[in-house]
Design a protein around this ligand. Structure first.
Ligand SMILES: [Zn+2]
Length: 272
């Protein structure tokens, strides 16, 4: 199998990545996104290459990563148990419907799950052997993937060159980045695939991981120092907001800077 037996597709919103991975006359698509038209293009490409999409793999339950599942009624849709829970509870479908209204886009219908795995286990999807591992930090349900035969490390909404970290748990995110840095150094893949922005070489991915970890450590310290100094929540928040993220993001996501600060304050106050 040649190392580059994959193609990346980019949705117009937030440079969202969908990855088509090919092997033995069939293909697997990771996070098919976003609009009906964009997802149909991926399906057509699989057919055109003589490798129809038979498997769908999902990194996490945010709407922009699960909104294309409905376009593949005949494929097996696999995800971690925690993400499956978000789908079966109806929470993911609700957020897809909200997003379709908000962004005025036509999406592919209801998401579903056919195969839920326990994160950490390796799974066989047709000819694809996929090593799974928990990727918490951005969301609690995230899964990372290693598809060794194609040299791929797939990291969901982490290590993005076009966004700063959006951390629902800054503590989990710091630990996860430390783990990814170790993996990139000691067991490097050929390519790292973030959920937003272009593929990365290991060296670039390491640079992003280190910058992101530096930002989250600085945010943690700023909030901790302000709490220790007896500041009010508003003052603590101002201190946290003074920590600059490592890179810009889409203007409509700028508010995530304040989201990170609030999550960091919640974690520190909950343990104070
Ligand atoms: Zn995303």
């Amino acid at each position: 199998m040649p190392a580059a037996a994959w193609e990346r597709f980019e949705a117009s919103l937030w440079s969202t990545t969908s990855l088509l991975v090919l092997a033995d006359g069939e293909s697997l698509v990771v996070d098919p996104a976003i609009t009906l038209h964009e997802v149909a293009r991926i399906d057509r490409r699989g057919l055109q290459l003589g490798t129809p999409v038979r498997h769908v793999l999902i990194t996490h339950g945010d709407w922009d990563h699960v909104c294309g599942i409905g376009a593949f009624p005949d494929a097996t849709v696999a995800m971690g148990e925690e993400t499956a829970e978000l789908l079966t509870s109806g929470a993911a479908e609700k957020s897809i419907e909200r997003a379709a209204d908000q962004y005025e886009v036509v999406l592919s219908g209801s998401p579903r799950v056919d195969l839920a795995f326990s994160r950490g286990s390796a799974i066989a999807l047709g000819p694809f052997l996929v090593e799974t591992f928990p990727l918490t930090g951005h969301t609690a349900d995230g899964s990372g993937y290693r598809i060794r035969e194609q040299g791929l490390l797939i990291v969901g909404d982490h290590l993005s060159p076009v966004e700063f970290p959006f951390a629902s748990s800054p503590a989990a995110y710091r630990t996860m980045l430390a783990g990814l840095i170790e993996m990139l150094r000691e067991d490097p893949p050929d390519a790292v695939i973030p959920g937003h922005g272009p593929p990365l070489e290991v060296k670039e991915a390491l640079g992003i991981a280190e910058a992101d970890l530096g930002y989250l450590r600085e945010l943690h310290k700023a909030v901790l120092d302000a709490v220790d100094g007896g500041c009010s929540r508003e003052e603590v928040r101002t201190g946290g907001l003074a920590v600059d993220p490592p890179r810009p993001c889409a203007p409509d996501l700028e508010e995530m800077r304040g989201f990170n600060v609030d999550r960091q304050i919640d974690e520190i106050l909950a343990t104070a």
